[in-house]
Design a protein around this ligand. Sequence first.
Ligand code: ADP
Ligand code: AMP
Length: 218
Amino acid sequence: MHVVLVGPPGAGKGTQAQLIAARLHIPHVSTGDIFRGNVSEMTELGRQAATFMNAGELVPDAVTIAMVRDRLAKPDAHAGFILDGFPRTLVQAEQLQTTLAELDENLDVVLQMKTDDDELVRRLSGRRVCQGCGRIWHLDYDPTSVANSCDECGYGLSQRDDDRPETIRRRLQVYREQTEPLVDFYTELKLLAVIDATGTVDEVTLRSVQALMEARSA
Ligand code: ADP
Ligand code: AMP
Protein backbone atom coordinates (compact mmCIF):
# COMPACT_ATOMS: atom_id res chain seq x y z
CA MET A 1 0.00 0.00 0.00
CA HIS A 2 1.04 3.60 -0.63
CA VAL A 3 0.12 5.56 2.47
CA VAL A 4 0.64 9.16 3.60
CA LEU A 5 0.31 10.32 7.21
CA VAL A 6 -0.66 13.95 7.76
CA GLY A 7 -0.93 15.61 11.14
CA PRO A 8 0.68 18.17 13.39
CA PRO A 9 3.99 17.55 15.14
CA GLY A 10 3.35 15.22 18.06
CA ALA A 11 0.20 13.64 16.63
CA GLY A 12 1.92 10.25 16.67
CA LYS A 13 2.80 9.89 12.97
CA GLY A 14 6.25 8.41 13.57
CA THR A 15 4.97 6.04 16.27
CA GLN A 16 2.16 4.72 14.07
CA ALA A 17 4.33 4.64 10.95
CA GLN A 18 6.90 2.39 12.69
CA LEU A 19 4.14 -0.03 13.74
CA ILE A 20 2.25 -0.04 10.43
CA ALA A 21 5.43 -0.38 8.34
CA ALA A 22 6.43 -3.47 10.34
CA ARG A 23 2.94 -4.93 10.01
CA LEU A 24 2.58 -4.33 6.26
CA HIS A 25 6.26 -4.97 5.41
CA ILE A 26 6.65 -1.66 3.66
CA PRO A 27 9.34 1.00 4.26
CA HIS A 28 8.69 3.86 6.65
CA VAL A 29 9.86 6.99 4.88
CA SER A 30 10.24 9.90 7.31
CA THR A 31 11.65 13.07 5.80
CA GLY A 32 12.45 14.33 9.31
CA ASP A 33 14.51 11.17 9.99
CA ILE A 34 16.34 11.50 6.66
CA PHE A 35 17.16 15.14 7.41
CA ARG A 36 18.31 14.32 10.97
CA GLY A 37 20.50 11.49 9.60
CA ASN A 38 22.12 13.97 7.23
CA VAL A 39 22.60 16.53 10.00
CA SER A 40 24.39 14.01 12.21
CA GLU A 41 26.54 12.79 9.31
CA MET A 42 27.31 16.43 8.50
CA THR A 43 26.47 16.11 4.79
CA GLU A 44 25.79 19.09 2.53
CA LEU A 45 22.05 18.30 2.67
CA GLY A 46 22.23 18.22 6.47
CA ARG A 47 24.00 21.58 6.52
CA GLN A 48 21.27 23.09 4.34
CA ALA A 49 18.46 21.61 6.43
CA ALA A 50 19.75 22.25 9.97
CA THR A 51 19.07 25.99 10.16
CA PHE A 52 15.46 25.54 9.10
CA MET A 53 14.87 22.59 11.40
CA ASN A 54 16.30 24.29 14.48
CA ALA A 55 14.08 27.31 13.85
CA GLY A 56 10.98 25.12 13.44
CA GLU A 57 10.65 26.17 9.80
CA LEU A 58 10.22 23.94 6.77
CA VAL A 59 13.20 23.02 4.64
CA PRO A 60 12.66 24.56 1.16
CA ASP A 61 10.45 22.56 -1.19
CA ALA A 62 13.06 22.06 -3.92
CA VAL A 63 15.52 20.38 -1.54
CA THR A 64 12.86 18.24 0.12
CA ILE A 65 11.16 17.13 -3.09
CA ALA A 66 14.44 16.07 -4.73
CA MET A 67 15.30 14.02 -1.64
CA VAL A 68 11.93 12.25 -1.59
CA ARG A 69 11.99 11.57 -5.32
CA ASP A 70 15.33 9.76 -4.89
CA ARG A 71 14.01 7.78 -1.94
CA LEU A 72 10.81 6.65 -3.64
CA ALA A 73 12.70 5.52 -6.73
CA LYS A 74 14.57 2.91 -4.65
CA PRO A 75 13.39 -0.68 -5.26
CA ASP A 76 12.10 -1.27 -1.72
CA ALA A 77 9.50 1.49 -2.15
CA HIS A 78 7.89 0.04 -5.28
CA ALA A 79 5.56 -2.32 -3.46
CA GLY A 80 4.45 0.45 -1.12
CA PHE A 81 5.55 2.88 1.56
CA ILE A 82 4.30 4.86 4.48
CA LEU A 83 5.27 8.50 4.14
CA ASP A 84 5.59 10.36 7.44
CA GLY A 85 6.12 14.12 7.41
CA PHE A 86 5.88 14.49 3.64
CA PRO A 87 4.15 16.23 1.94
CA ARG A 88 3.95 19.32 4.14
CA THR A 89 3.06 21.96 1.52
CA LEU A 90 0.70 22.04 -1.46
CA VAL A 91 3.69 22.24 -3.81
CA GLN A 92 5.08 19.05 -2.25
CA ALA A 93 1.69 17.32 -2.52
CA GLU A 94 1.38 18.22 -6.20
CA GLN A 95 4.94 17.06 -6.87
CA LEU A 96 4.27 13.79 -5.09
CA GLN A 97 1.38 13.11 -7.48
CA THR A 98 3.71 13.77 -10.42
CA THR A 99 6.51 11.60 -9.03
CA LEU A 100 4.12 8.71 -8.40
CA ALA A 101 2.62 9.02 -11.88
CA GLU A 102 6.16 8.81 -13.33
CA LEU A 103 6.73 5.63 -11.30
CA ASP A 104 3.32 4.30 -12.40
CA GLU A 105 2.10 4.26 -8.81
CA ASN A 106 -0.82 5.79 -6.91
CA LEU A 107 -1.58 6.78 -3.35
CA ASP A 108 -4.08 4.47 -1.67
CA VAL A 109 -4.96 6.58 1.34
CA VAL A 110 -3.96 9.65 3.35
CA LEU A 111 -4.52 9.29 7.10
CA GLN A 112 -5.09 12.61 8.85
CA MET A 113 -4.24 12.22 12.55
CA LYS A 114 -6.13 14.62 14.81
CA THR A 115 -5.63 15.52 18.45
CA ASP A 116 -5.81 18.73 20.49
CA ASP A 117 -2.96 21.22 20.97
CA ASP A 118 -2.48 20.63 24.72
CA GLU A 119 -1.94 16.95 24.08
CA LEU A 120 0.49 17.71 21.22
CA VAL A 121 2.61 19.85 23.54
CA ARG A 122 2.59 17.12 26.24
CA ARG A 123 3.60 14.49 23.69
CA LEU A 124 6.38 16.60 22.16
CA SER A 125 7.80 17.76 25.50
CA GLY A 126 8.20 14.20 26.78
CA ARG A 127 9.36 12.62 23.50
CA ARG A 128 12.65 10.72 23.59
CA VAL A 129 14.19 8.86 20.65
CA CYS A 130 16.56 5.89 20.79
CA GLN A 131 19.96 6.78 19.38
CA GLY A 132 20.44 3.19 18.22
CA CYS A 133 17.25 1.87 16.58
CA GLY A 134 15.22 5.09 16.37
CA ARG A 135 12.31 3.70 18.46
CA ILE A 136 10.17 6.59 19.73
CA TRP A 137 9.48 6.68 23.49
CA HIS A 138 7.75 9.07 25.88
CA LEU A 139 8.79 9.89 29.45
CA ASP A 140 5.25 9.39 30.81
CA TYR A 141 3.11 7.78 28.08
CA ASP A 142 5.56 5.16 26.86
CA PRO A 143 8.53 5.00 29.23
CA THR A 144 11.46 2.60 28.96
CA SER A 145 11.79 0.12 31.84
CA VAL A 146 15.26 1.48 32.72
CA ALA A 147 15.61 5.26 32.52
CA ASN A 148 17.38 6.50 29.38
CA SER A 149 17.99 3.03 27.93
CA CYS A 150 16.02 1.64 24.99
CA ASP A 151 14.14 -1.58 25.84
CA GLU A 152 14.58 -2.83 22.27
CA CYS A 153 18.33 -2.33 21.74
CA GLY A 154 19.87 -0.95 24.95
CA TYR A 155 21.16 2.28 23.41
CA GLY A 156 20.69 5.65 25.13
CA LEU A 157 17.84 8.04 24.37
CA SER A 158 18.03 11.64 23.23
CA GLN A 159 15.68 14.61 23.08
CA ARG A 160 15.27 16.25 19.69
CA ASP A 161 16.72 19.76 19.40
CA ASP A 162 13.42 21.04 17.98
CA ASP A 163 11.31 19.67 20.88
CA ARG A 164 11.87 22.84 22.96
CA PRO A 165 8.86 24.99 23.96
CA GLU A 166 9.59 27.97 21.67
CA THR A 167 10.31 25.77 18.63
CA ILE A 168 7.27 23.60 19.35
CA ARG A 169 5.03 26.70 19.20
CA ARG A 170 6.50 27.74 15.84
CA ARG A 171 6.18 24.22 14.39
CA LEU A 172 2.49 24.08 15.31
CA GLN A 173 1.96 27.47 13.65
CA VAL A 174 3.81 26.34 10.50
CA TYR A 175 1.62 23.24 10.41
CA ARG A 176 -1.60 25.31 10.52
CA GLU A 177 -0.38 27.73 7.86
CA GLN A 178 1.41 25.49 5.38
CA THR A 179 0.35 21.88 5.91
CA GLU A 180 -3.32 21.98 6.93
CA PRO A 181 -4.40 23.04 3.39
CA LEU A 182 -3.45 19.50 2.32
CA VAL A 183 -6.61 18.27 4.02
CA ASP A 184 -8.75 19.95 1.34
CA PHE A 185 -6.37 18.84 -1.40
CA TYR A 186 -6.66 15.16 -0.42
CA THR A 187 -10.39 15.41 0.33
CA GLU A 188 -10.92 16.53 -3.27
CA LEU A 189 -8.91 13.54 -4.47
CA LYS A 190 -11.11 11.31 -2.25
CA LEU A 191 -8.05 9.95 -0.49
CA LEU A 192 -8.54 11.37 3.01
CA ALA A 193 -9.40 9.27 6.07
CA VAL A 194 -9.61 11.15 9.37
CA ILE A 195 -8.22 9.30 12.40
CA ASP A 196 -8.92 10.24 16.00
CA ALA A 197 -5.34 10.24 17.35
CA THR A 198 -6.31 10.64 21.01
CA GLY A 199 -6.14 7.64 23.35
CA THR A 200 -3.45 5.02 23.68
CA VAL A 201 -0.98 4.06 20.96
CA ASP A 202 -2.78 0.72 20.57
CA GLU A 203 -6.17 2.39 20.16
CA VAL A 204 -4.79 4.68 17.45
CA THR A 205 -3.12 1.75 15.68
CA LEU A 206 -6.44 -0.10 15.63
CA ARG A 207 -8.22 2.89 14.09
CA SER A 208 -5.43 3.35 11.54
CA VAL A 209 -5.40 -0.28 10.50
CA GLN A 210 -9.21 -0.21 10.12
CA ALA A 211 -8.91 2.85 7.85
CA LEU A 212 -6.23 1.10 5.78
CA MET A 213 -8.43 -1.97 5.37
CA GLU A 214 -11.37 0.20 4.28
CA ALA A 215 -9.15 1.98 1.75
CA ARG A 216 -7.85 -1.32 0.42
CA SER A 217 -11.34 -2.72 -0.13
CA ALA A 218 -12.72 0.53 -1.64
P1 ADP B 1 5.01 12.84 15.26
O1 ADP B 1 5.82 11.89 14.42
O2 ADP B 1 3.62 13.03 14.72
O3 ADP B 1 5.70 14.15 15.53
P2 ADP B 1 5.56 10.92 17.40
O4 ADP B 1 5.09 9.63 16.83
O5 ADP B 1 7.03 11.16 17.46
O6 ADP B 1 4.80 12.16 16.68
O7 ADP B 1 4.93 11.04 18.87
C1 ADP B 1 5.22 12.15 19.70
C2 ADP B 1 5.35 11.66 21.15
O8 ADP B 1 4.08 11.22 21.60
C3 ADP B 1 6.30 10.48 21.33
O9 ADP B 1 7.01 10.65 22.54
C4 ADP B 1 5.38 9.25 21.40
O10 ADP B 1 5.92 8.24 22.24
C5 ADP B 1 4.13 9.85 22.02
N1 ADP B 1 2.89 9.24 21.52
C6 ADP B 1 2.61 8.85 20.26
N2 ADP B 1 1.36 8.36 20.18
C7 ADP B 1 0.83 8.49 21.43
C8 ADP B 1 -0.44 8.17 22.01
N3 ADP B 1 -1.45 7.65 21.29
N4 ADP B 1 -0.62 8.44 23.32
C9 ADP B 1 0.37 8.98 24.06
N5 ADP B 1 1.59 9.30 23.58
C10 ADP B 1 1.82 9.06 22.28
P1 AMP C 1 9.57 15.80 11.69
O1 AMP C 1 10.58 14.78 12.11
O2 AMP C 1 8.61 15.28 10.68
O3 AMP C 1 8.88 16.45 12.87
O4 AMP C 1 10.40 16.95 10.93
C1 AMP C 1 11.40 17.68 11.61
C2 AMP C 1 11.78 18.89 10.77
O5 AMP C 1 12.36 18.48 9.53
C3 AMP C 1 10.64 19.83 10.38
O6 AMP C 1 10.28 20.75 11.40
C4 AMP C 1 11.24 20.52 9.15
O7 AMP C 1 12.20 21.50 9.51
C5 AMP C 1 11.99 19.37 8.48
N1 AMP C 1 11.10 18.64 7.55
C6 AMP C 1 10.67 17.37 7.67
N2 AMP C 1 9.87 17.04 6.65
C7 AMP C 1 9.76 18.14 5.86
C8 AMP C 1 9.05 18.45 4.69
N3 AMP C 1 8.25 17.56 4.08
N4 AMP C 1 9.18 19.70 4.16
C9 AMP C 1 9.97 20.60 4.75
N5 AMP C 1 10.66 20.40 5.87
C10 AMP C 1 10.56 19.17 6.44
